[in-house]
Design a protein around this ligand. Structure first.
Ligand code: UD1
Ligand code: MG
Length: 466
């Protein structure tokens, strides 16, 4: 794709996003454009693209389930137009005109259910339109049924678009289709749109009819194609939604692979937000990254882990089946398998957190280990601490949460309960099976269990004879 001089990209642009249609084939009560792809509503993908284009205005046409969409858009900086009833794409744009200032050069028409258009592709269209020509995003596809076909004359000039339902047998063999995405000169729109009629098979105002009008007036009609085949695909059904989800995720995975990230299988990789990877990161199959996730150099993420809004520092290994959310994991840690790290948890370097360990709002100092079957909540753990299997901080009294402090070099024996608030002082050892209800002195063994005894003549209860 040719590079575009920057002055053409900032020329005054209005983006019109059509989203008034019904979307019956989704078979869902949720408006189609609110279904999510990569964890984000379809319409938000399109709005973000418009944002990246530095559009002066973003105008959304709503109609079907308008109130639900207006509610969704209430915190976005967009203008909205209600199209009721929906008399076609030409009608939708007509209703927008009074909201688009004449000072605007180019009007870019996008669909709310076509979520994966790349910014480059849209920039190309805007460049070709340049506020005076007409620019269409077209594609040549194997199965053009259902789409408007691009009509060209013998010299290859575009002369019009014919909708599927109006196309002759011969026209139906044309494989170049209209994606619906186009850039239009604002100065011509009042005239073109007011000339539209409903004399067609669907009795609608077809936006596509402006192409023939433009041709008749000698306006140049440019076309360009998207770089990727999935870019201009729309979502009409759950199947198409999942197809585009995979296309998006695969593209994401391949982009990271090209930057040196080892991704075991790009078909089993999901980013629902923003992932940042440094060099030599490796990601095994089935991982999901949500929100903002940072993986520093040499981090390894084992299979089937979910990481949400977290940072993992360099050379840490996350083993299989971990769930990490809202946490900061230090360098050279070993986490999992089967670890759950909850929000506001922080680990320093060389920490080990093993299987079936849950950590919440807890800080672990350097070289501390919590390897098995443990819950630490609202806890500050010092350095070189060893927390034995089955340790539980009793941080909740039914009303309030209380803090546990475990200072440096502490050894907690297995199956211990630490009833917060409590401090285990430096160098303490806690005997296995203890329930610790008050703070311990440093460097001593503390245990709270009855002395082991054996009862020689003790008999197990026997079942009564009836
Ligand atoms: C349209 C194009 C067709 C193109 C196809 C690509 C026209 C006349 N036809 O056809 O050439 O190949 O898209 O998918 O434009 N919408 C409104 N208000 C309306 C009607 C539609 O906002 O009154 C919105 C829909 O929500 C959707 C978009 O416009 O986002 C396209 O509408 P749709 O009904 O899917 O158009 P097609 O008949 O598929
Ligand atoms: Mg359609």
């Amino acid at each position: 794709m040719q590079s575009i001089p920057p002055q053409h990209l900032t020329s005054s642009l209005s983006v019109v996003l059509l989203a008034a249609g019904q979307g019956t084939r989704m078979r869902s009560s949720l408006p189609k454009v609110l279904h999510t792809l990569a964890g984000k509503p379809l319409i938000n993908h399109v709005l973000e693209r418009a944002q990246e284009l530095d559009a002066r205005q973003r105008l959304v046409v709503v109609g079907h389930q308008a109130s639900r969409l207006l509610e969704h858009l209430k915190n976005e900086q967009v203008d909205t137009v209600i199209q009721q009833p929906q008399l076609g794409t030409g009608h939708a744009l007509q209703l927008c005109l009074q909201n688009i200032p004449n000072s605007c050069d180019t009007v870019l028409v996008v669909y709310g259910d076509v979520p994966l258009l790349q910014t480059n592709t849209l920039q190309q269209l805007i460049y070709l339109c340049d506020g005076q020509h007409l620019a269409l995003l077209t594609e040549i596809i194997e199965e053009p049924h259902g789409y408007g076909r691009i009509l060209r004359d013998s010299s290859g000039q575009v002369v019009g678009i014919r909708e599927q339902k109006d196309a002759s047998q011969e026209e139906q063999t044309i494989r170049e289709i209209n994606t619906g995405i186009m850039a239009l000169p604002r100065s011509k729109l009042d005239q073109w749109l007011s000339a539209l009629t409903t004399h067609n098979a669907q009795g609608e105002y077809y936006l596509t009819d402006i192409v023939q009008l433009a041709h008749q007036q000698g306006i140049t009609i440019h076309t360009c194609q998207p770089l990727y085949s999935w870019e201009a695909m729309g979502v009409n059904s759950q199947q198409q939604l999942s197809y585009l989800e995979r296309a998006y995720q695969r593209h994401c995975a391949e982009t990271w692979q090209s930057q040196g990230v080892a991704i075991s299988d790009p078909n089993r990789f999901d980013v629902r937000g923003t992932l940042h990877c440094a060099q030599d990161v490796s990601i095994d199959v089935g991982c999901i990254f949500e929100g903002e996730v940072v993986l520093q150099e040499g981090v390894k993420v084992g299979p089937y882990s979910l990481l949400k809004n977290c940072t993992v520092e360099s050379h840490t290994e996350i083993l299989a089946f971990c769930h990490i959310e809202g946490a900061h994991i230090g360098a050279h840690n070993r986490i999992g398998p089967y670890a759950r790290i909850r929000p506001m948890s922080v680990t320093q370097d060389q920490v080990h957190i093993g299987n079936f360990v849950e950590i919440k709002k807890t800080t672990l100092g350097q070289q501390s280990k919590v390897n098995h079957l443990t819950y630490l909540g609202d806890t500050i753990v010092g350095e070189r601490v060893n927390v034995g299997a089955g340790t539980i901080t009793c941080n909740y009294d039914g009303v309030n949460k209380h803090q546990t402090v475990i200072e440096d070099d502490v050894f907690i024996g297995s199956d211990t309960q630490l009833v917060a608030p409590v401090t285990i002082a430096t160098g303490s050892t806690i005997g296995a099976g203890s329930t610790i209800v008050s703070s311990t002195p440093p460097n001593q063994l503390t245990l709270s269990r009855s002395k082991q005894q054996s009862i020689a003549r003790w008999q197990r209860p026997k079942p009564r004879k009836s």
